[in-house]
Design a protein around this ligand. Structure first.
Ligand SMILES: Nc1ncnc2c1ncn2[C@@H]1O[C@H](COP(=O)(O)OP(=O)(O)O)[C@@H](O)[C@H]1O
Ligand SMILES: [Mg+2]
Length: 281
């Protein structure tokens, strides 16, 4: 694999906010171009910190971080912002303008694009997140879910290659979670966007992500495809996480001798297949 197929390459990364109190220890991780990647960890594991290192916000660290093969320290700030964009956890930290249009157009305008292109980007980004027609709305009149979508639209308007998302699904109702997760998956598949999502929600991971890393007390304790990572119950427990509920149910049925399967089902669809096999046998 050529080095530029690696969107984010991290080697032997150590980080602390205060001397002597290490927050991230010896992190080595390659996130591939076009990958939908999840950083899974409980509160305080270091997910947000790792995202802030990946987007250049935190600069005092040991080790190397490369973006498409180039050392992040050598990439100019203005340029980095057009390659790696972040959707922060709380939309109120991210949105600053009075109206929707003003907010989304800020980034593209700062890139020096012509008004016409700025407008095109704003409109197509709003459409992508289902907020068409909202351009003149004052931001303070939007619901929390709409603000989250707006933050994603703002990032899309930059047309970055990598999007980092800090808990993008937290605080949304079930419908909102589904819609946002599907939108992310679509952007990932259709535009080849590399997405790194920090989350503590295990149930959605098998549905959407290609690979997942468990982050526990600042260390990566397991890394791989969801099926592989969720087969490590020890690491899940140590990281204060759990199996997806569906998988938990299937595991219990198996241990009680009610069902047989080779690979632990992680989603409703996979579980349904195994249950139907049993019923119809
Ligand atoms: N600005 C900061 N100064 C000092 N410690 C911090 C700061 N931000 C976060 N931390 C600490 O770093 C650790 C990891 O935090 P964070 O990256 O926010 O974890 P997560 O996003 O997984 O919940 C926590 O112990 C937290 O208290
Ligand atoms: Mg966090």
């Amino acid at each position: 694999m050529s080095v530029h197929e690696i969107a984010i390459g991290i080697e032997k990364l150590n980080f602390s906010y205060e001397k002597g109190k290490e927050i991230l220890s010896n992190i080595s991780l390659n996130i591939n171009r076009g990958e939908f990647f999840a950083l899974l960890g409980s509160n305080g594991a270091g997910k947000s910190t790792l995202l802030k290192l990946m987007n250049g916000l935190l600069k005092e660290y040991e080790g190397t971080i490369k973006i498409f093969g180039e050392d992040i320290r050598k990439i100019k700030r203005d340029q980095l912002f057009t390659i790696v964009c972040t959707v922060f956890q709380d939309p109120n930290d991210q949105l600053f303008a009075l109206t929707v249009y003003e907010d989304i157009s800020f980034g593209p305008r700062n890139m020096g694009l012509l008004d016409k292109e700025v407008k095109e980007r704003v409109m197509s980004s709003l459409e992508a997140v289902g907020l068409q027609g909202f351009e003149n709305r004052p931001i303070k009149t939007l619901s929390y879910g709409q603000k989250k979508r707006l933050c994603i639209a703002g990032v899309l308007a930059m047309q970055p290659k990598i999007i980092l998302m800090d808990e993008p699904l937290s605080g949304l109702d079930p419908m909102g979670v589904r819609e946002i997760a599907m939108l992310l998956k679509k952007l990932n598949k259709e535009k080849g966007l590399t997405i790194v999502m920090a989350t503590h929600e295990v149930d959605l991971i098998p549905l959407y992500v290609d690979r997942v890393a468990i982050l526990s007390k600042g260390k990566i304790t397991r890394l791989g495809e969801p099926a592989n990572v969720f087969s490590g119950s020890e690491e899940l427990k140590n990281a204060k996480l759990r199996l997806p509920y569906v998988a938990k149910l299937m595991e219990q049925l198996k241990s009680e001798g009610a069902l047989e399967y080779n690979k632990l089902p992680l989603t409703v669809g996979e579980a349904k297949k195994e249950i139907l096999k049993k019923i119809q046998s």
